[in-house]
Design a protein around this ligand. Structure first.
Ligand SMILES: Cc1cc2nc3c(=O)[nH]c(=O)nc-3n(C[C@H](O)[C@H](O)[C@H](O)COP(=O)(O)OP(=O)(O)OC[C@H]3O[C@@H](n4cnc5c(N)ncnc54)[C@H](O)[C@@H]3O)c2cc1C
Length: 375
């Protein structure tokens, strides 16, 4: 998302040549949904494709938190919370990528190119691919996601921040929740989130890693194992009809870890680590994609003002613009993880008691702030 956004916004005037190295052979079905705050969806206004994105999206009007027995602990009116900015959208990752791709300059995409390293050469940088090809430029944007090879080539291994939970995602048929309501169930050792999208309900189930099924099991066995854990620890969610069939889609495993690179610029500000490669996100606040898109738009803007000589200054300016805001949003996601994914019944009881009185928006206020201040 960060790479395509940078390329689309920077490449559109033709003043700056962009090349996108993508290790996949093409973007197919990637199988899960994304919640997009206006922080991220606003970028599509700049691209001229907001209408197309909205056509493929649902609107999340209400966010509900339930206890393990189904008791409603908290309701957030997202429409009111975000009234000044725009709606929160629910959209598949595949649709976001597809809409972004339509704005990337013709000829910029190089599919099947796995980047392995970036290094300084002369007055610029060179990115090397697994096939031994080298691409030189004034700057490189390392937007290769959470498991970034380019980050590793600069900083070595970065220890992930690990919650100890695994999340599993799949699509269930519509019907279990209203089409504009996000419903979550917070139980001890079992988190269940239901996110309605145009192609069905994106179900997310998080359990402690020791209770997580083997990814080698067949899809039906994975879902049956998760349902049994949820039925024990969050029975209200375990009993919701329709959730526990993946309709043929393979559940997607997402270990609940994130990373923070030592810095988001490198090699004398010739490299920008944009999106999850620099500051990665847990999905708990639903703000990772929004930050990737917004950071990339900010980077494209700063680079659009630069030429070859001033490009490092632009990258340094971008760092100054985004670092604190994105760090804070990552912190919020980590704090939320601590209350959404708890192991023990006693802790869960305390969290649920607090949730009745302390609005969850207390923990996400920096996300709203990021839409009010220069980013
Ligand atoms: C299951 C799941 C659910 C999520 N839900 C939400 C949500 O609800 N809300 C939200 O805001 N965020 C969500 N996120 C997070 C969001 O998807 C990421 O924060 C966002 O995609 C980060 O964008 P990015 O551009 O940094 O990385 P990505 O979108 O991951 O893009 C990285 C790209 O780099 C390519 N690549 C990887 N390695 C290489 C290489 N070595 N060479 C060349 N190409 C490479 C990949 O194929 C990919 O196309 C979710 C993430 C997951 C995994």
């Amino acid at each position: 998302m960060a790479g395509l956004t940078t390329a689309a916004l920077l490449g559109r005037t033709g003043s700056h040549e962009v090349v996108v190295l993508e290790h996949a052979e093409g973007f197919g079905e990637v199988g899960y949904g994304i919640g997009l705050y206006p922080l991220g969806s606003a970028v599509f206004h700049a691209l001229g494709s907001y209408g197309e994105l909205a056509r493929r999206s649902t609107t999340f009007a209400t966010y509900e938190v339930h206890g393990p027995d189904g008791q409603l602990l908290q309701t957030v009116d997202l429409g009111a919370l975000l009234a000044d900015f725009g709606p929160m959208l629910g959209v598949t990752r595949a649709d976001i990528i597809d809409v972004l791709l339509s704005s990337v300059p013709a000829g910029a995409m190089r599919f099947g190119h796995h980047a392995v390293a970036v290094q300084a050469v002369g007055g610029g940088v060179a990115v090397t691919t697994a096939h031994g090809e080298t691409f030189e430029g004034d700057v490189a944007v390392a937007a290769d996601g959470m498991h970034s090879a380019l980050r590793a080539s600069i900083f070595g291994d970065v220890q992930p921040h690990d919650t100890g939970f695994d999340a599993w995602m799949w699509w269930a048929p519509p019907g279990a929740v209203l089409p504009d309501v996000v419903a979550e169930y917070w139980g001890p050792s079992a988190f269940v989130g239901l996110y309605p999208m145009t192609r069905g309900i994106n179900v997310a189930v998080a359990v402690p890693r020791e209770l997580s099924p083997s990814p080698d099991a067949d899809p039906a066995a994975i879902i049956a194992a998760l349902q049994s854990t949820v039925a024990e620890h969050a029975p209200a969610a375990g009993a919701i009809a329709g959730l526990w069939e993946a309709g043929g889609s393979k559940p997607f495993l997402w270990p609940m870890q994130d990373v923070r690179a030592p810095d988001i610029t490198a090699l004398d500000d010739r490299v920008a680590l944009c999106g999850d490669s620099g500051i990665g996100f847990l999905p708990t606040a639903g703000v990772g994609a929004s930050n990737a898109l917004r950071s990339a738009a900010a980077l494209a803007y700063d680079l659009s003002l630069a030429d070859a000589a001033s490009a490092p200054l632009a990258v340094a300016r971008w760092r100054q613009r985004v670092r604190k805001l994105v760090d804070k949003n990552q912190e919020d996601s980590r704090e939320l993880a601590k209350v959404m994914m708890v192991k023990h019944g006693a802790t869960s009881a305390v969290v649920n008691a607090v949730m009745k009185h302390a609005p969850v928006t207390m923990m996400t206020s920096s996300i709203v702030k990021s839409m009010q201040v220069p980013f």
